[in-house]
Design a binder for this molecule. Structure first.
Ligand code: DAH
Length: 336
């Protein structure tokens, strides 16, 4: 019995230190129902009674040793496999990223292009607050309370007197309050209207406002300026036309079309067969607006215009759904 035990202990030690052996296989081999140690325990009954206690103790000690050895081997295996998994999944943050270069968002690109064109003609860029007073957004622009023009600009009000600007025109007023003529400024920026989202509407969009005030500014100056602008934006062959319109802050007012850059005016899908594409609103600054800003209308006159940046971007890049501009889908953006 003693010899058997000694032999089994030696074998078990060797087997336990062999990292290649599965601990579960060892458990079955020694401690399972038909295991070697289990068989030894069973054979205890054959020993003379006086030898049983000592033999029992020895067998038990061996059992404890084997159990602990198996437990330890299991833990080591688990730790090793975790270690292996971790190192396989390790991310080396110092590796260079796959080459994907960033680019300007089409709206930013178009806004900068517009700024470049007007700055090239001597305009300065002005900014104004997006949270604006009703006074600057409407009243000073000759749109008093109850004026029907307020209905067409579904405005987000914050209080009775404070709103999210529905147009960039208030920057005209702020500029004229601060500066003496000559004034030549453009003001690009966000505007807000409570419109439902669809292919051509968004509650947040961008406009670019233009204003020129000086002695003897005429409608001819407006036409010349916008013609140069349209040619630079859409190409040398572009022509423009004025259609009579009404804006409260300009008199006379016009909507301005450019000849279609896609078909040259013959009529195509881009211009919906018209040959012309509406690009902006404009007019001579209304004398009320000038005098609201403390500018002497006997000495000075001015023109103004306002355009939608999304509209220009959509024309320029042939985008037919405005929502694409705000969804930030890389598959769309990476085309620019
Ligand atoms: N503020 C006008 C709008 O949002 C656009 C506009 C039209 C601005 C004519 C102007 C202008 O300065 O002269 O519809």
């Amino acid at each position: 019995m003693k010899e058997k035990l000694e032999q089994m202990r030696a074998e078990a030690l060797a087997a336990l230190s062999d990292r290649g052996l599965d601990p579960e296989t060892l458990r079955i081999r020694y401690l399972g129902k038909k295991g070697e140690l289990t068989a030894l325990l069973r054979s205890m009954g054959e020993l003379p009674p006086e030898e049983r206690p000592a033999a029992g103790q020895a067998v038990n000690a061996l059992r404890v040793m084997i159990e602990e050895g198996i437990e330890k081997a299991k833990k080591e295996r688990a730790a090793a496999s975790l270690e292996k998994k971790l190192s396989a999944e390790k991310i080396d943050v110092t590796l260079p990223a796959p080459a994907a270069s960033g680019a300007l968002h089409p709206l930013t690109a178009v806004q900068r292009e517009l700024e470049d064109i007007f700055c090239g003609m001597g305009f300065e860029v002005a900014e104004g607050p997006e949270v604006e007073y009703d006074y600057y957004n409407f009243v000073a622009l000759n749109i008093p309370e109850d004026h029907p023009a307020r209905d067409t600009q579904d405005t987000f009000y914050i209080t009775d007197k404070i709103l999210l600007r529905s147009q960039t025109s208030p920057v005209q007023v702020r500029t004229m309050e601060k500066k003496k003529p000559p004034i030549r400024m453009i003001s690009p920026g966000r505007v807000y209207r409570s419109d439902a989202v669809d292919a051509t509407h968004s509650p947040l969009f961008h406009q670019l406002e233009g204003l020129v005030v000086d002695r003897g500014v005429t409608m001819g100056d407006l036409k010349g300026t916008l013609e140069i602008f349209a040619k630079q934006l859409f190409g040398e062959d572009t022509r423009i036309r004025f259609r009579p319109h009404h804006f409260p802050f300009t008199e006379p007012s016009a909507e301005v079309d450019a000849s279609c850059f896609a078909c040259g005016g013959k009529g195509c899908r881009v211009c919906k067969g018209e040959g012309w594409i509406e690009i902006l609103g404009a007019g001579m600054v209304h004398p009320f607006v000038l005098s609201n800003c403390g500018i002497d209308t006997d000495v000075y006159s001015g023109f103004a215009f306002g355009l939608g940046v999304e509209r220009i971007a959509m024309l320029r890049y042939k985008i037919d759904d405005m929502r694409l501009l705000y969804e930030n889908d890389v598959r769309f953006l990476s085309q620019f």
